[in-house]
Write a protein that binds this ligand. Structure first.
Ligand code: ZN
Length: 666
C-alpha cells in the first residue's frame, strides 16, 4: 500500500434534504485553488452522509433531493488533476432517511430508546442503525456501487464500532442461540458477533473490486487491547478534536497505543472552534500549528476536519487557516517520515486489560491520570496491552485497578526476573478474586484503609513539604516483606457522614505515624493509593510527585532522554533508522478554558490556544553510546553546540516556540 500523505483534510458534508441548491457553487478551479492554498495532499470526500443522501447519481441509494449532478465525481476529478488523494466517505452506522422510514433497523437500548438521540420527538439529531438488520445489504450495495463507479484508494466508513443493541433482530438471534437478552454479557457478545459480520462483509465488498483499497472503520476511538478490532483497519485515523470534547490529552494517549500496532496512523483534529458541524467556527491558526505539530511529534500524519457548505464552495478563510499549518508541516516532513516513536515506559492500563470495546471512554481515570503524569513528567511512554512484548520496556506501570490472571502475573514475574521494572498502584498486581499480590513487590496486602480520604505521609521531599497530604481515592495498606517503605497512610478521625462530620469538606488526619502504604524493592514499587485516578479527577501536585518519585527512582540512570520543560510542555523522541538520526520534538502552548457546549447530551469544555509564547534555555540530555556527529534545530538547520560525557549528549535550545524539532545525527 502507498504511504499515507502527511497533509489531509476530512471534508464533512452532512446536508439536510430540506436545503436547496446543493453543489450549485461548486467550481472545479475554485475547489482546486482551495486545495492548493491549504497545501492539501489528501481530502476525504462524501459518497453518503449521515442524513443518508448520496452526492452522486446512484442506483443503490437516493441522490440528495436538491442535487442534480455528480458532485462527488467532479470533486474526484478535481483531485485527480492535482494528484491529490481522495478517500471516499460512507456513513455506515447512520442513515437518517432510513432511520425515519425503517424503525425496525434502529439500534435499540433495553428500554427501546435509540442512540445518539433517544427518540423522534425530543432533541434533534441522528439515530444509529443496527448492522444486524436488513439495512446491512443496503449499505453493502452502496459500497459496491462506489467501488465500481469511482475506484477510490480508501473507503472511510463512519460510525462503525461494537455497539450493544436490543433491537428485535438482535433479541431474536440471541434467543435462537440460547442467550438471554437480559444478560449484559450476552448482549456484549451479540454486539461483537454483529460487528465482526459487518466488518467481514464490508471487507469482502471492497475486496471484490480492489485488492489495495484501504479500509478504515471509524468509531471515534481505537480501543486499547482490541487488536482483533484494529485488524479490520488498514491504518488508523485518530479522531481527536481537542476542543470537541476529546481535550488535548486524548490524542497523545491514543497515539501512544497505536504506535505499537505496526500500522500508519494520523491525528485528526478540526478547524472548528468547537466540533464537527460548526459552520462559521474557526480556531486560531496557532492552535492548528500546535495540533499538527503534536501529531508529528507522536509519529502520526495530520488530518484536519472541515465541513463543506451545502452550495459546494470551499471556504477560502478555512484553507488559508489550514495552509498556514500545513506549510509548516510540509517543511517538517523529511524529519518525520518513517520515524519510530521511542519509549522507556509501558502503561498496561485499564482499557487494555478490560477486554471491552469502549467508545473513547472518558471514565477510565487510571489511564487518564497515567497519561497526564507521563506527559507532564516528560517521560517517553507507550500504552501497551497484554499482547505486547514486555521486555521492550524499561518500566511497566499497572495503574490502580489492574488485577492479574495467573498467566499475566507469570509473564510479569518473568519480565521482572529478566531485569524489567514495575510500578503497581491500588489493586494492581493483586489476584482477580482476592486482595493478594501475585507479583514480588516487597510487601503483603494488609487490607484497605477505611478512611476515604486518607492522608499521605511522605518519606521523601514533596514541593509542598512533608506534612500529611490529603488523598481522595482508596488506599490499600501493606505489610513490608523485604521492601523499603517510602510513604505511610494516616487515617482521618472518621469518614464524613450525615451525623458525624467536621468542617466543610472532610475530617482531619488522626495524630500518629500511620501505616505503611508504599514500598520499593530493587526493581519494583508499589503505591497503595489509586493515585492515577486521584490525579485524573483532582490534579493535586503531590499525587503527581508521589508517582514521579517512584518512577524516577526505578528509571534512575536509564532514561533515553530528558528535557527541562514546564508541566504543559510535551517532549517526544523519534528515531529515523534509515537516516541514522534521532529527531526530538518539543511542544508548548498554553490553553485557556473559554466556555462549554452541549454535544450528544454531554457538556464539553472549550479549551483554546491563541497566543504562542517562546520558551528559553530548554536543556536536553540524550543517552547514547554512539558517536554524535551533529545536533541541529530542524527544519531551520541551525547548529547547536553539545557536549558528550558518560554516555550522555547534552545541549540547550536557547529559544523556541510552539513546536521545535532537534536532530541528533549519529
Ligand atoms: Zn440490533
Amino acid at each position: 500500500m502507498k504511504r499515507l500523505p502527511f497533509r489531509q483534510v476530512h471534508l464533512d458534508f452532512h446536508t439536510s434534504g430540506l436545503i436547496e441548491g446543493i453543489g450549485e457553487d461548486f467550481d472545479k478551479k475554485e475547489f482546486q485553488r482551495a486545495l492548493k492554498n491549504g497545501r492539501v495532499e489528501s481530502i476525504t470526500l462524501f459518497s453518503k452522509c449521515h442524513h443518508g443522501w448520496s452526492y452522486h447519481p446512484s442506483k443503490a441509494n437516493r441522490i440528495h433531493p436538491h442535487l442534480n449532478f455528480d458532485l462527488l465525481g467532479q470533486q474526484l476529478e478535481a483531485c485527480n488533476e492535482l494528484g491529490v488523494r481522495a478517500p471516499v466517505y460512507i456513513s455506515a452506522g447512520i442513515d437518517e432517511k432510513e432511520a425515519v422510514a425503517h424503525p425496525e433497523w434502529l439500534l435499540r437500548n433495553a428500554d427501546e430508546s435509540t442512540e445518539w438521540v433517544p427518540d423522534f420527538t425530543g432533541a434533534p439529531g441522528f439515530h444509529i442503525l443496527c448492522f444486524n438488520t436488513s439495512y446491512m445489504p443496503v449499505l453493502l450495495a452502496q459500497i459496491h456501487e462506489v467501488m465500481e463507479l469511482y475506484h477510490p484508494e480508501e473507503i472511510f466508513l463512519d460510525i462503525a464500532s461494537v455497539k450493544p443493541c436490543l433491537c428485535a433482530s438482535c433479541r431474536a438471534e440471541m434467543l435462537a442461540l440460547g442467550d438471554d437478552p437480559r444478560d449484559t454479557d450476552a448482549v456484549t457478545h451479540q454486539a461483537e458477533r454483529v460487528f465482526t459480520r459487518y466488518a467481514q462483509s464490508v471487507r469482502e465488498a471492497v475486496r471484490a473490486h480492489s485488492e489495495n483499497c484501504a479500509i478504515f472503520h471509524n468509531g471515534g476511538h481505537i480501543t486499547r487491547g482490541r487488536r482483533d478490532l484494529a485488524a479490520w483497519d488498514s491504518h488508523f485515523e485518530l479522531e481527536s478534536l481537542p476542543t470537541g470534547g476529546w481535550g488535548y490529552n486524548h490524542f497523545p494517549m491514543s497515539a501512544a497505543y497505536v504506535a505499537g500496532l505496526g500500522k500508519e496512523y494520523l491525528g485528526m483534529t478540526g478547524k472548528f472552534h468547537t466540533t464537527w458541524g460548526e459552520f462559521g467556527g474557526f480556531k486560531h491558526p496557532n492552535a492548528l500549528r500546535y495540533e499538527t505539530g503534536l501529531s508529528l511529534a507522536f509519529g502520526a500524519k495530520c488530518s484536519i476536519g472541515d465541513q463543506l457548505h451545502p452550495r459546494g464552495a470551499m471556504n477560502p478563510d478555512t484553507y488559508a487557516l489550514i495552509g498556514a499549518a500545513y506549510a509548516e508541516v510540509e517543511g517538517k516532513e523529511p524529519y518525520c517520515e518513517d520515524a519510530e516513536l521511542l519509549y522507556d515506559v509501558g502503561i498496561l492500563g485499564q482499557e487494555a486489560v478490560s477486554g471491552g470495546a469502549s467508545d473513547r471512554d472518558m471514565s477510565l481515570h487510571g489511564d487518564i491520570g497515567a497519561n497526564r503524569i507521563m506527559l507532564e513528567g516528560g517521560y517517553l511512554y507507550r500504552f501497551i496491552d497484554l499482547e505486547a512484548d514486555f521486555s521492550a520496556y524499561k518500566l511497566i506501570i499497572l495503574p490502580d485497578t489492574i488485577r492479574l490472571s495467573v498467566e499475566s502475573a507469570g509473564r510479569l514475574r518473568d519480565y521482572l526476573a529478566a531485569g524489567g521494572k514495575l510500578l503497581a498502584t491500588g489493586k494492581s498486581g493483586m489476584a482477580k478474586d482476592m486482595d493478594k499480590f501475585l507479583l514480588p513487590l516487597g510487601a503483603k496486602a494488609a487490607g484497605q484503609a477505611e478512611s476515604i480520604p486518607s492522608y499521605l505521609m511522605p518519606g521523601f521531599a514533596l514541593t509542598t513539604g512533608n506534612s500529611p497530604h490529603v488523598m481522595y481515592e482508596p488506599c490499600d495498606i501493606i505489610e513490608p516483606a523485604g521492601g523499603k517503605v517510602f510513604a505511610r497512610c494516616a487515617d482521618s478521625y472518621f469518614n464524613r457522614d450525615t451525623y458525624r462530620f467536621c468542617s466543610h469538606l472532610h475530617t482531619p488526619n488522626k495524630p500518629g505515624n500511620g501505616r505503611p502504604a508504599a514500598c520499593f524493592t530493587s526493581n519494583a514499587a508499589y503505591i497503595g493509593w489509586q493515585v492515577f485516578t486521584d490525579y485524573a479527577k483532582k490534579g493535586s501536585l503531590h499525587c503527581k510527585e508521589l508517582v514521579i518519585y517512584a518512577v524516577d527512582s526505578l528509571l534512575a540512570g536509564s532514561k533515553t532522554a530528558t528535557a527541562s520543560l514546564p508541566d504543559r510542555g510535551v517532549f517526544t523522541v523519534t528515531r529515523q533508522a534509515s537516516k541514522n538520526r534521532y529527531v526530538m520534538h518539543l511542544l508548548f502552548a498554553h490553553t485557556t478554558l473559554r466556555g462549554a457546549f452541549r454535544y450528544t447530551g454531554q457538556e464539553k469544555l472549550v479549551e483554546v490556544i491563541e497566543d504562542i509564547v517562546p520558551l528559553y534555555d530548554t536543556r536536553i540530555q540524550l543517552r547514547t553510546d554512539k558517536y554524535v556527529r551533529r545536533v541541529y534545530l530542524a527544519p531551520q538547520i541551525e547548529e547547536l553546540g553539545f557536549a558528550v560525557k558518560d554516555g550522555l549528549c547534552t545541549f540547550t535550545v536557547p529559544r523556541w516556540k510552539c513546536h521545535q524539532m532537534i536532530v541528533v545525527e549519529l
